[in-house]
Ligand binder design. Structure first.
Ligand SMILES: [Zn+2]
Length: 257
């Protein structure tokens, strides 16, 4: 007890709060099982540890048995459990306080709502509707309401890819609407699960968009779900590039329409 009150030679009286935190963080990492002290030699009493864990403002830094705690696993363990307990209690208090605040807020909102929809003054809500109706018609750019993606299923087995300089008779292009798309590609037989990469290029070879997605196998067929937002991409010929896991890129002629 006596030894604890006095400063150790390696303890600095002007330790900052940040340093205390560092010490505790460091201690957390290495002191948990590193300093067994079965006889609890030189250990401070529980009250002091608890006060330290609860950040008792009446304690000065010199009163805190920090240097002991980070060198004594049993004390460190006790400190951590006091600390956890205090954080838990603190958390509860915060939750209760925010719950009360939220309740007050909600009832205030309800009160205001009830007032404005009070049968005594119906004109307010009616006027609002009248005002908002024409403005809906003439304002062109609506505030961006997220449009749910259009879901497409494309069976790639029906489209033949080009590899290298292979030239073929006209092939059926993949038609892609110029919209926000979620495409489920059904891969040709033999394609494996794993990471697929996708690119969409225009006729000059510039990449509009690229993404990657995982293939999953159901009933022997591999399918890949890909989100491709084509809103704003120019209409016309394009090339859809797909790279199955472990294989080279395949290109599929496409049309954005
Ligand atoms: Zn101890």
């Amino acid at each position: 007890m006596n030894g604890m009150q006095r400063m150790n030679p390696d303890e600095h009286p002007d330790v900052s709060g940040k340093e205390v935190k560092d010490i505790v963080a460091f201690g957390r990492k290495c002191a948990k099982g590193a300093f067994p002290n079965p006889t609890r030699a030189g250990c401070p009493d529980h009250a002091r540890l608890r006060a330290m864990a609860h950040r008792d403002p009446s304690l000065t830094l010199a009163d805190l048995p920090i240097t002991h705690v980070v060198r004594c696993s049993p004390c460190f363990h006790d400190y951590l459990s006091f600390r956890r307990m205090s954080l838990f209690v603190l958390g509860l208090q915060i939750t209760v306080a925010s719950l009360i605040l939220a309740t007050v807020f909600v009832s205030a909102v309800l009160l205001v709502r009830n007032r404005s929809s009070d049968p005594g003054e119906p004109s307010i809500s009616q006027r609002k509707e009248v005002l908002s109706e024409p403005s809906r018609g003439d304002t062109k750019p609506q505030p961006a309401i997220p449009v749910p993606p259009l879901h497409l299923e494309i069976d790639l087995a029906a489209f033949s890819p080009t590899r290298g300089d292979e030239k073929e008779a006209p092939r059926k292009p993949i038609r892609l609407p110029q919209r926000n798309l979620r495409i489920t590609f059904e891969m040709p037989l033999g394609m494996e699960g794993g990471e697929y990469r996708f690119q969409l290029k225009d006729s000059s070879g510039a990449v509009y968009s690229h993404t990657r997605a995982r293939g999953h196998i159901t009933d022997g067929t591999t399918s890949v779900d890909v989100d491709l937002d084509l809103t704003g991409t120019p209409r016309g010929k394009a090339t859809l590039m797909i790279r199955p896991p472990g294989l080279s890129w395949r290109s599929y002629p496409s049309i954005i329409e």
